[in-house]
Write a protein that binds this ligand. Structure first.
Ligand SMILES: C[S@@+](CC[C@H](N)C(=O)[O-])C[C@H]1O[C@@H](n2cnc3c(N)ncnc32)[C@H](O)[C@@H]1O
Length: 238
């Protein structure tokens, strides 16, 4: 499978690791708050059919499924799905790789895919986006994040001081992939634009009272280009 092995984790350790890593916990908190605003703004009457792709332990499913009339999750990892099932009793989960087997589902109104595209390789990204296009209704919405932005100031500075160069999914690259598979970006929210050095990614800063003011920097025009995480709303146009 075309998915970076180093990012595969088991259902038992995944949530714990995210909670313990201050920057991941911070991203989770902000993504959660954004989803609670964005989903009702896109679907004032709740999304009729919602799918969480690569749902993992249900981190995002558990936020969006209560806002949806019917919800589905899909993942290739059985141990991740076990956790997701325990958090989301009203969601139907599928244990398949949708790039190998088609998901037999009625047309969806909303698909989410978090912490997936940044970790996947190009062939898998493209494959999955075309499958999303097939699964979504015309003008359906796709909500994804990119938490591995190679243009984030934190990552660029890290590289200048000897850090690795394993990230490759810039906003421009992702936008082109989305366009090529029939999606148009309609809104992007940056997260953590102010975290320009690793030292700021410690819990004492991330959990301080100042972050809500610092986080306003992420709302400046174009700040998502250099933010370590972003939430992207795209719509199927063909
Ligand atoms: C980093 S986890 C993200 C989980 C969840 N979306 C979240 O944001 O917490 C990535 C997930 O993608 C799943 N995955 C990788 N390749 C997949 C594929 N081809 N089809 C379905 N799930 C896949 C993995 O099993 C893993 O649960």
């Amino acid at each position: 499978m075309d998915y970076r092995e180093s990012h595969k984790q088991s259902g038992t350790s995944y949530d714990k690791n995210l909670e313990e890593e201050a920057i991941s916990a911070y991203m989770t908190k902000l993504e959660d708050a954004l989803l609670r605003t964005v989903v009702p703004s896109l679907f004032p009457d709740s999304p009729p059919v919602y799918l969480d792709f690569a749902c993992g332990t249900g981190r995002i499913t558990k936020v969006v499924s209560p806002m949806s009339a019917r919800s589905f999750g899909v993942d290739v990892s059985e141990s991740m799905l076990e956790k997701a099932k325990s958090k989301c009793p009203d969601t139907q989960f599928f244990h398949i790789d949708i790039t190998q087997n088609s998901l037999a589902l009625e047309p969806c109104d909303l698909i989410t895919a978090f912490r997936f595209f940044g970790n996947a390789q190009d062939a898998l990204r493209v494959n999955v986006l075309f499958e999303f296009n097939r699964l979504l209704k015309k003008e359906g919405y796709l909500l994804i994040n990119n938490h591995r932005n190679p243009w984030s100031l934190q990552y660029l500075l890290g590289r200048l001081t000897g850090g690795g160069n394993e990230l490759d999914l810039s906003y421009i690259k992702l936008k082109k992939m989305l366009n090529d598979s029939g999606f148009k970006i309609i809104k992007v929210y940056g997260i953590g634009a102010w975290i320009f050095r690793n030292a700021l990614a410690q819990s004492k800063y991330l959990n301080s009272g100042f972050t809500k003011y610092l986080e306003m920097l992420s709302k400046l025009p174009g700040a998502y280009l250099i933010s370590p995480d972003s939430l992207i709303i795209a719509r199927k146009y063909r």
